[in-house]
Design a protein around this ligand. Structure first.
Ligand SMILES: Nc1nc2c(c(=O)[nH]1)N[C@H]1C(S)=C(S)[C@@H](COP(=O)(O)O)O[C@H]1N2
Ligand SMILES: [Mo]
Length: 163
């Protein structure tokens, strides 16, 4: 008997639960969109190097945040101006940790971009503590905005109180 298919199946059953498929909920200001692993896999990828929490330079790869924001219909480049400049992106992680970025700082026409939605470090999927998706902010001197286990992002606006 050929045990190879059985062994392969057993390996998949053991490994699959350890590497959760990446997915992301996206709110564009009007409604939620679900980006499953297949939708995320269609997006362009980039690789950056950044100093991780342990002080070591690592290669992070994943999706440019601008590509995800495009799917939310976010203004970008020349259209990100005037009344759009109060746009913010609110990220929420699995533990409900939340971080806001301004849309302009995620735009390649404002800053050389090295803030990405990473799914790999040094060629391997992020572990379950950081992944499956983590925002990596390559230029940040502190790691507070490296949002581990990011689950959703909301494109919204920073609005001043009425009075
Ligand atoms: N999901 C999530 N991501 C997070 C945090 C958190 O509490 N939850 N803390 C942030 C802060 S303040 C820092 S300094 C780093 C901490 O990374 P560490 O847990 O690897 O030390 O993760 C950032 N990302
Ligand atoms: Mo921190």
């Amino acid at each position: 008997m050929n045990f190879k298919p059985l062994l392969t199946l057993a390996a998949i059953c053991l490994i699959a639960p350890l590497t959760a498929a990446p997915s992301l909920r996206l709110h564009d200001g009007k409604e939620w969109k679900e980006l499953d692993a297949a939708a995320l896999a269609k997006l362009p990828r980039v690789e950056i190097t950044a100093k991780a929490r342990d002080g070591k330079e690592k290669r992070f790869s994943g999706i440019p945040l601008a590509e995800v924001l495009k799917l939310a219909g976010a203004p970008a480049g020349d259209t990100l101006r005037g009344a759009e400049m109060n746009r913010v992106v609110l990220f929420t992680a699995a533990d409900n940790y939340q971080v806001a970025y301004s849309l302009a700082e995620l735009d390649a026409s404002f800053r050389k971009q090295n803030i990405i939605l990473a799914d790999q470090v040094d060629g391997k999927p992020l572990d379950e503590y950081e992944g499956p998706l983590m925002v990596v902010a390559g230029d940040d001197l502190r790691h507070s905005r490296w949002i581990r286990q990011v689950k959703q992002l909301i494109l919204t606006r920073a609005i001043a109180p009425a009075s």
